[in-house]
Design a protein around this ligand. Sequence first.
Ligand SMILES: NC(=O)c1ccc[n+]([C@@H]2O[C@H](COP(=O)([O-])OP(=O)(O)OC[C@H]3O[C@@H](n4cnc5c(N)ncnc54)[C@H](OP(=O)(O)O)[C@@H]3O)[C@@H](O)[C@H]2O)c1
Length: 325
Amino acid sequence: MLHSRILVLGGSGFIGTHVVSRLSAQGRRVIVPTRHRERARHLILLPTVEVVEADTADPRAMASLAAGCDAAINLVGVLHGSAGTGADRWGPQFGRAHVDVPAALVEACRTQGVRRLVHVSALGVTDGGKNTLPSRYLRSKAAGEEKVRQARDLDWTILRPSVVFGAEDSFLNLFARIQRVLPVLALAKPEARFQPVWVGDVAQAIVNVLDAPATTGKTCALAGPEVFTLRQLVRLAGTWSGHPRPIVALPAGLARLMAMLMEWAPGEPLMTRDNLDSMALDNVSARPIDPDLGITPASLRAMGPSLYGPGDGARYDGWRSQARR
Ligand SMILES: NC(=O)c1ccc[n+]([C@@H]2O[C@H](COP(=O)([O-])OP(=O)(O)OC[C@H]3O[C@@H](n4cnc5c(N)ncnc54)[C@H](OP(=O)(O)O)[C@@H]3O)[C@@H](O)[C@H]2O)c1
């Protein structure tokens, strides 16, 4: 069955923008809630897309958004959040984005009769890992997955991407930009391993999964064909951007201290202690993409020069400022 009216939470973000564009190009109606309409203005011109300002952690708001939809996709996620206290195990930001939002979405799907739900989690999360995984990011993501998995009356699929690359990503672009301005790069956890997956493949996998009943009740990794250490990725980003810099590995204690200082600096931190904790686990998968998802993953090594080459920063910066990110 082809789902024709789809609620996309997190549709204004990096991956969400690609998903919404693909759904709209197929002529499907797409509802994109956002906390700030301005952030989603790049979607407003797309035919068949409706951008709605709403609080997606509020069950009543979610129910009214889900009304009349026949499928929902959850792409809400944050990378940083302050520590929790007492019973608040993940801290307010992780708890809200990774646990409260999926819980409210599951409830809304139930009350509004929306059976199909695609939930995007993260590679490194394990079933039942909400108490055992090394970071609050991963533990809160595991708790969010649990909310979805417990919804036995819904047709859910959970997808776990590794780090996602693309012209507008905030991972390799960050390392490319840093190397344009700094003569040397001090790197925490240089031997942490990743299996980067192209945003186009992630978006297409999400779209394919929607109408693939074989993926119902499954949890699938989304990873690329190559494994890199963080040091290799940073070196490639520097080389492709035309500014390869020497990389110095930071000892663990110093890396933690630097991350703590970054947490205290104003604005979005470049790195937090929780990010370091997440990198205690390799971000790789033995089975990059399940054959049921219909994707042959693209190679970062092949695409990198055209994505991060000199001059591409302008395109990237233009997109970011357009989307106010
Ligand atoms: N990018 C990666 O490398 C990567 C890797 C693994 C997993 N993932 C997962 O994939 C999903 C999408 O990632 P992305 O890179 O596209 O993220 P993104 O660009 O940061 O976008 C995140 C989206 O979540 C929404 N959001 C954030 N906090 C929210 C909150 N508290 N309540 C409601 N909405 C909130 C934002 O919507 P508004 O600001 O418009 O409200 C935004 O559209 C996330 O779940 C992420 O954890 C991403």
